[in-house]
Design a protein around this ligand. Structure first.
Ligand SMILES: [Zn+2]
Length: 250
């Protein structure tokens, strides 16, 4: 089991952030949304290896292609954590997680949708967003940035965003209705329509990050690059690529 390690250069040393390749399948064939014991044990040991510290929990969400975001603030949750296990929230239906908690791995799963990594350099906050076309249409990444700014007195200047492995316009053929939904990011090639999911997200962030400042794209296409699971290439039974993010602290 290994991560691509291709994303490491985008992040400062206080962050653990990665998208795993297909040697690690994080799909839940039974339709569940909770990691099984073996998966959770692996994730904790992976994070502990990086951190050299005991990891108690992983934060998972039930992804529903919406625009809900789970916020886990340490000043709110610190006492709560003692009273009730934080994992009770793991079933929450959402497509994004934001936290300033140290040593709490946050996780999302994708197979062509884009994993969006967000972090605030100044206030040490991290966020992970699962952005398929539906969540993108609902503006989930911009919502995550605004939420981070509101909750942590941050501003876009301190925030950096990295777009991980996702299906690209080389492979993402769509119908004419996408042209109406995403006029800036659908183009014609050989009489067919192709959607650029990352470009659409960058377009939506233009007002907060003029000229794409602080936005970084790894450029990997999950449909072209067979190291990754791809719904478009492999169909409904495709596995899921796991993305992880964690604040390593001091
Ligand atoms: Zn491609």
């Amino acid at each position: 089991m290994k991560s691509s390690r291709e994303l490491g250069s985008y992040f400062p040393s206080w962050i653990l952030a990665d998208t795993f390749d297909r040697t690690l399948d994080y799909s839940f064939p039974d339709g569940g949304s909770v990691f099984n014991e073996e998966q959770e044990r692996f994730l904790r040991s992976y994070a502990e290896e990086e951190r050299n510290n005991k990891i108690k929990e992983c934060q998972n969400i039930k992804q529903v292609h919406g625009n809900e975001i789970v916020l886990i603030k340490k000043d709110v949750f610190k006492s709560e954590l003692v009273k009730k296990n934080i994992s009770q929230d793991r079933l929450k239906a959402a497509d994004g997680i934001i936290t300033d908690f140290v040593d709490l791995p946050i996780l999302i799963r994708t197979a062509d949708c884009v994993p969006v990594f967000l972090f605030d350099e100044k206030f040490k906050v991290v966020g992970l967003v699962h952005a398929g076309w539906r969540s993108t249409h609902l503006g989930i990444v911009k919502k995550a940035v605004v939420l981070t700014c509101d909750e942590y007195s941050s501003e876009p200047d301190n925030i950096r965003i990295v777009f991980g492995p996702a299906i690209r316009s080389c492979c993402y053929e769509v119908g004419l209705e996408f042209k109406e939904r995403f006029d800036n990011s659908v183009f014609e090639r050989d009489g067919r329509y192709w959607f650029d999911l990352v470009k659409e997200n960058i377009h939506q962030l233009e007002g907060l990050f003029p000229q794409g400042k602080n936005l970084f794209d790894c450029g990997i296409c999950t449909c072209c690059d067979e190291r990754y699971f791809s719904y478009r290439r492999e169909g409904a039974l495709a596995g899921r690529n796991l993305s992880i993010m964690m604040i390593k602290g001091e």
